[in-house]
Ligand binder design. Structure first.
Ligand code: MIG
Length: 892
């Protein structure tokens, strides 16, 4: 077992009374913030504390050295703008307490001087407190031991009195990792703090781990680690960090959701400890103390290797408020081009042009829709990205023209490492311009990756990002066309033969920042530059599609992520659900796991089940490893082909709903895929559920993740809810936990009463073939016989929805036996001749006598219908109601 630096150093500090004291006579107050200093009683180092309130129920606490010998790293480019602050007021000031209030007095921050602690209260409820366990930790910058004057003998330098072995063990100035030596030019710089979440015993977030949805107690095990790493065949139930990190933790209890966003891009550990304590009341009278009840409390300890403490406290109070607050800071999900919500067919590798054509034709032959075929690293000339293997891909443009005619796209892989080959223009240019990350001696850092000896572009440098973005220009990227999109892999970054398969922490980036400071941002920056490149090659007109393996807070702005190298085993299918839910609630809606499992060969049943699950997840791609057998959906016998076809077709029929959900993610920060508790925040039985989830607010999906399952236990939450079988339209008799029989044909999906889902009446060969296909609305009535839903629509690929309001945003309302279609955003201008052809009303009380439809021009038409008394489903058919116009259907 590896003992990480942070564990060794910070874990020497145990919970107890903090040695930090606030100097409350140093308080200054401005419109932007409140500042004061705190001092460490032993080493006497002064830290500067800054507290501010940000619009929308967010508080920010920053702690930096008051007078560092050199500036400490502060994360840039993650916050989309400098947050708008609100003035705080001092509502109480005493020798050892300072109380700050928000203008509306909804929130109070109580700062205690000795020891230094901060408590955040909403009305009279203490929501969270900081440093209440005394774990504030801040290694101030020191001159290297050799620079020190021999006379200085104060305690702060006690560290240098440690024996060589002790120093080595603690890794103060250098650290060994196997055969690697990390030289810490600036010495120890780690920071940490504890937070107590009062009344909470359910915490979520901090992806990415191959772990459960509900975060576990770490008191007798490993902390959750946030350190982006390429871990091939990562284990299930492991807290080691894999490819991406979002340092956002959510805490939930029935009446409140809170969030902690720890903005730090260095290696980070998070310890979690839930316990029961006596109820905490801010102003405790004797009588109240007597009435104290036990209540849960969760302690969360964050430790980062470097940087400063910069933490955002998201006060909700609902989960949807948290999503908005986080998006206000880091941005919302980019609106994907519609094609990218279709099915993607990938493999390491599709060998050559003939192979691509054959696979493409296979989909048509087997009548399976798909949108994108992918090329992995072998398509390049010796792993030189932006080039083609001339033997295998002699005419990439022609191949793309072929795909274009089929209304399909191509995605190619572009990794961040650049083959160290002076004949490779990308390399020689970048070398000349000094665009590579340097090693600690100032030479270009060289590591081994796919192409052999490679250098790594320094994407933290804005000039490098601009140059990189320019590489995607059609003129520069030979053989590329506008149906080619990009996949960024290996961007943790992955460095073969590097410590933990990544870059040395003492490598040096732009502005002399060490790699340790920016490690978790490397992939974020590559995807940013790639997305920018795709936008720029279209002169700003077209939406990009970029899939990345490594990510950070804010990556949602640039595209999609996937969960990396999973294995073709049932356990990985099962864990993919909580993994995707965790990524989703951390702001990244566009996420998926390799369908089938990347490593190994799935048995047909597993593959089928994985397609059925993937069809209801945001990013839907089949992918397989080089050593895996071919896995195109038609290779597993007639019956399995049929079932997979059906799953993929269901996905395509559902696209209007899914695209609308992405629009909501884009505009309102609502996750597309949601844990049950987000939709049912008051229902405790949902808090730990991770084997099913909500897709938007209307669909409950329960993938089958057990071999040979005959039945699954489904929780249909909410006693006041009505649920309908999504395919059979039958109203479920009960809510609660039901045993639902299953066959291999499909997985259980339910529509929630009170919702309207827009669908297409049938699937086409790809999304682009489906533009004119008519719509179908599934209206599921609630206990009041009402339902609402919406549809968002635009050209599916450009930015015209933004600049020229070329979009349609419709709302469907069912009320008093009438269904209406109205505009929700009058500024939308998009027109289409597409119609609603069919409406199915689920849970309709009785057989109607006649049904009419009126369009805006006053024309009233009688509508043909059938009513199924067994299921209470009313089907209205042969409608021709324009999707872009107002209309109303009346059922009598
Ligand atoms: O370690 O490019 O996760 O999807 O097919 C293998 C080859 C490198 C890892 C990616 C995988 C991709 C593969 N890559």
């Amino acid at each position: 077992k590896i003992i990480f630096y942070l564990d060794r150093r910070q874990k020497l500090l145990h919970p107890g009374k903090s040695l930090y004291r606030a100097l409350l006579d140093s308080v200054t107050l401005s419109d932007e913030n409140v500042k004061f200093q705190i001092v460490h009683e032993e080493n006497k180092v002064l830290l500067q504390v800054e507290i501010c309130e940000i619009e929308g129920n967010i508080f920010r606490l920053k702690i930096d050295e008051a007078a560092p010998i050199r500036a400490r790293y502060k994360v840039s480019d993650v916050l989309i703008k400098e947050p708008t602050t609100k003035r705080l007021f001092i509502s109480q000031e005493e020798a050892d307490v300072l109380v700050l209030s928000s203008i509306n007095k909804d929130y109070k921050l109580q700062v205690t001087a000795k020891p230094f602690q901060v408590e955040l209260q909403s009305k009279d409820e203490t929501v969270l407190s900081m440093n209440s366990n005394g774990l504030l930790y801040f290694e101030h910058l020191q001159p290297p031991p050799s620079d020190r004057k021999p006379t200085t003998k104060n305690k702060e330098e006690a560290a240098s009195d440690l024996s060589k072995e002790e120093q080595d063990y603690l890794g103060l100035w250098q650290e060994k990792f196997g055969s690697f030596l990390d030289i810490k030019a600036h010495g120890p710089t780690s920071v940490g703090m504890d937070f107590s979440l009062h009344g909470f015993d359910h915490v979520y977030g901090i992806p990415q781990h191959t772990e459960a949805l509900l975060l576990k107690n770490t008191s007798d095990g490993d902390a959750y680690r946030l350190y982006n790493l390429d871990i091939f065949g990562h284990k299930i139930h492991d807290k080691i960090g894999i490819y991406g990190s979002v340092p956002l933790l959510l805490a939930h209890k029935p009446n409140r959701t809170s969030g902690i966003f720890w903005l730090n891009s260095s290696e980070t550990l998070v310890d979690i400890n839930t316990k029961a304590v006596a109820e905490h009341t801010p102003s405790r009278s004797a009588a109240e103390t007597a009435k104290q009840r036990a209540m849960p409390l969760t302690d969360v300890r964050w430790m980062s290797e470097s940087g400063i403490i910069d933490v955002f406290l998201l006060m909700g109070p609902t989960a949807f408020d948290i999503f908005k607050q986080f998006a206000q800071l880091t941005g919302t999900q980019a609106l994907p081009p519609l094609f990218s919500l279709g099915y993607h067919q990938c493999r390491w590798n599709y060998e050559n042009e003939q192979d691509v054509k054959a696979v493409d034709a296979g989909f048509d032959e087997h009548d399976i829709p798909y949108d994108v075929i992918w090329l992995d690293i072998e398509h390049t000339d010796g792993k030189r990205y932006f080039t083609w293997d001339k033997k295998k891909f002699q005419n990439p443009r022609k191949m793309q023209e072929h795909l274009r005619k089929k209304k399909r796209k191509l995605v190619v892989i572009i990794d961040p490492h650049i083959k160290a080959d002076p004949m490779y223009t990308l390399y020689s240019q970048a070398k000349d311009k000094g665009y590579f990350v340097k090693d600690r001696n100032g030479k270009d850092f060289e590591g081994i990756c796919w192409p052999g000896s490679s250098c790594y572009l320094d994407f933290t440098n804005p000039e490098v990002r601009k140059w990189y973005a320019d590489q995607f220009a059609f003129k520069t990227y030979k053989g590329s066309t506008n149906i080619l999109f990009v996949w960024n892999d290996m961007n943790e970054p992955s460095v073969f033969k590097g410590a933990e398969l990544t870059m040395q922490k003492d490598a040096v980036h732009y502005n002399n920042w060490e790699h340790r400071e920016v490690h978790n941002l490397y992939g974020f920056y590559q995807q940013m530059a790639t997305a920018e490149g795709l936008i720029r090659r279209s002169s700003g007109k077209e939406r990009p599609f970029v899939l990345t393996r490594s990510f950070f807070a804010g990556s949602q702005k640039y595209g999609a992520v996937w969960t990396g190298d999973n294995t073709a085993e049932w356990g990985y299918l099962k864990i993919s659900i909580p993994m995707l839910l965790t990524i989703s609630i951390a702001g990244i809606s566009f996420c998926g796991a390799d369908v089938g499992g990347f490593i190994g060969d799935p048995e047909p049943e597993l593959l089928v089940r994985w397609y059925q699950a993937g069809a209801y997840q945001p990013f839907f791609r089949g992918h397989s490893n080089m050593e895996s057998k071919r896995r195109e959906p038609w290779l597993f016998g007639k019956k399995n082909t049929q079932i997979i076809r059906e799953a993929i077709r269901e996905r395509y029929v559902l696209l209007p709903y899914l695209y609308t959900l992405f629009y909501r993610a884009h505009t309102a920060a609502e996750p597309v895929m949601r844990p049950l508790w987000v939709e049912f925040p008051g229902k405790i039985e949902t808090f730990g559920v991770e084997n099913e989830y909500m897709l938007g607010n209307a669909l409950l999906v329960h993938p089958v993740t057990e071999q040979e399952a005959k039945a699954v236990s489904v929780l249909l939450p909410g006693s006041e809810e009505i649920w309908y079988d999504f395919r059979k339209f039958k109203r479920m008799e009960d809510s609660g936990t039901l045993k639902i029989p299953v066959t291999l044909e499909n997985i259980p999906v339910f529509q929630r009463g009170g919702t309207v889902i827009p669908l297409k009446t049938t699937a086409g060969k790809s999304t682009e073939w489906m533009t004119d296909i008519s719509y179908e609305l599934h209206v599921a009535l609630d206990t009041e016989a009402c339902a609402i839903g919406e549809l968002y629509l635009d050209d599916g690929h450009s930015f015209q929805y933004l600049h020229k309001t070329q979009f349609l945003y419709r709302k469907f309302t069912f009320h008093r036996n009438s269904l209406s279609s109205r505009c929700t955003d009058e500024s939308g201008q998009y027109h289409t001749a597409c119609v609603v052809e069919r409406v199915i009303v689920l849970g309709f009380g009785q057989q109607p006598t006649f049904v009419t439809a009126c369009s805006k021009d006053g024309k009233e038409l009688e509508v043909a219908f059938t009513y199924d008394t067994k299921t209470s489903a009313l089907m209205l058919e042969n409608l021709a109601l324009r999707i872009d116009a107002d209309w109303e259907i009346c059922i009598n």
